[in-house]
Design a protein around this ligand. Structure first.
Ligand SMILES: [Zn+2]
Length: 237
């Protein structure tokens, strides 16, 4: 039997649906409501999921990634909520879990010198950087730029009068910018991704804030996949 050609089948990423269901998170919208760049990132998440061990842990944390010689593991607690109370718990759990998967993607795609302890960095680090000073310098230069971009995101949000950005969403965003700024060497791509997911789930893709965060994420994604590896060198307009 052939199907009528006008029938619409919503595109769903089943591995992501199963994951957020398990974590008592909210499901993402159908693909036709998802921005193209975000859809590309969600495709990368779908590809990464089979290589990750997921484990429930009643520790109150929405998600945590663990890197070991056995491969990446992500633990999550389906009862976790954001401590400040500014996030809708189900949306927060989905966004937080996807954030952790982005740490794994970063660990797999960013190049780094073959030494221990550099798990999950979200910048390329010159493979030839042989000592701690050279590695530290490379990380410092790049995280200063990420930091400046977070600063601009704060200014964009303050200037953004979009009604869809409720007081709680604004507080959540502010809290997450602060979280990213505290550790920009591991919390850039992951936080940007999480915020694109969170804003999409709240129907806020048309806001200047979303567009700015999207432009940062587009830059990070291109850099992450670039070969030869290149560093982040410019603050984003
Ligand atoms: Zn993280």
């Amino acid at each position: 039997m052939t199907r009528p050609s006008n029938e619409v089948f919503p595109l769903r990423r089943l591995a992501i649906d199963r994951l957020v269901d398990d974590a008592a998170g909210a499901r993402l919208p159908d693909d036709d409501e998802i921005d193209e760049h975000l859809a590309e990132l969600l495709d990368q998440v779908s590809l990464a999921i089979p290589g990750i061990t997921f484990e429930k842990d009643a520790n109150g944390e929405a998600g945590r990634v663990h890197f070991s010689s056995q491969g990446p593991k992500i633990t999550y607690d389906p009862t976790a909520t954001l401590g400040s109370g500014h996030a809708d718990p189900r949306t927060f759990r989905s966004a937080a879990l996807l954030h952790e998967v982005m740490h794994v993607i970063c660990d797999q795609h960013y190049e780094k010198p073959p030494i221990d302890g550099l798990y999950g960095r979200n910048f390329h680090i010159d493979r030839a950087a042989a000592d701690d000073d050279a590695i530290g310098e490379s990380i410092r230069q790049q995280q200063d730029i990420a930091d400046a971009n977070y600063g601009r995101a704060v200014a964009k949000l303050e200037a953004d009068r979009s009604k869809v950005l409720s007081e709680n969403i604004r507080k959540y965003l502010g809290e997450r910018f602060g979280y990213g700024k505290a550790q920009p060497d591991v919390h850039y791509d992951s936080v940007l991704f999480e915020l694109l997911v969170y804003l999409t789930m709240h129907g806020a893709q048309e806001t200047p804030t979303f567009r700015y965060l999207r432009s940062l994420s587009v830059e990070a994604t291109a850099r992450r996949n670039a070969r030869p590896a290149r560093m982040i060198t410019h603050v984003h307009a």
